[in-house]
Design a protein around this ligand. Sequence first.
Ligand SMILES: *[C@@H]1O[C@H](CO)[C@@H](O)[C@H](O)[C@H]1NC(C)=O
Length: 341
Amino acid sequence: MGPRGWRRRALAAACLGCALLLFLGAAPRALRSALETRALGWLSGQRKTPLQRLYELDQDPRSALAEVHRQRRDLLRGACSRHTRRQRLLQPSDLRHVLVDDAHGLLYCYVPKVACTNWKRVLLALRGGAPGRDPRSIPAHEAHAPGRLPSLADFGPAEINRRLRTYLAFLFVREPFERLASAYRNKLARPYSADFQRRYGTRIVQRLRPRARPDARARGHDVRFAEFLAYLLDPRTRRDEPFNEHWERAHALCHPCRLRYDVVGKFETLAEDAAFVLGLAGAPALRFPAPPRPKAAAAARELAARLFQDISPFYQRRLFDLYRMDFVLFNYSAPSYLRLH
Ligand SMILES: *[C@@H]1O[C@H](CO)[C@@H](O)[C@H](O)[C@H]1NC(C)=O
């Protein structure tokens, strides 16, 4: 790249940075007015935007759900201002996980293991890509096919900032260790993830198991949870490349202290929160595909507790430190099974 190219790149990055910084600047108190400014900024259009609907609900003291989401936003803002120091500027490529629905004015940051396949199905259905608009009819591989849904990273800084200003941005999060336990089970412990086992399992076994048997080294099919955690905590892991998205921290995927999220949905209350977002999107009739049943939710909690039971307090503490920001920003308390002291 010649000097002109670099200058252009530096300029683009700087513009993105300063414009995004505008979104950060507001203190928690100023949130409501920030939402107001953004919601009213788009009043010229005919149809109400999701952001305007949220703003109206926010003004309505009878909407208990809007109040819940306002508190979550306030908590996130407060935690961000207490816990984050100066950060590097965001580049468009940092916004890969933020999917764009231009027709409805939505931005959705997907976090794997938090119903993201179903959210991608819903976004495709909203775009009219599903026969009869039933998200469940869209196969998972289609929902995940690269390029099916545009991401913010596909746009230039000005186009990114316009969308950040006028669209409703939301993400869904989950108790961090349950998410981690679920990633381990689906990607490393289950036999159907041969792909992940070859990519990550073999690496973990070769690096961390001193006298590994040849077939374990070749297949990576029998990684224990303790080995998986040791791999996460090994400084070489993140030096080589970023964590895989299935175990990368939600804040590192979605940058909730840099971008302003209007709705923080939770896996633990997926059905209500999804309905809330779909109502704001102007598609209240769209049914979110099967949220986890109470029994499955309890099983996921138990799985995490059982897996962590065999982990030494030393590793528990270090792992909690690694995922601490996800606990803090999204208001999850340290699980009672941890031995942190
Ligand atoms: C944070 O979590 C606590 C404990 O679970 C809960 O009582 C409180 O309502 C939560 N706050 C928000 C803003 O979600």
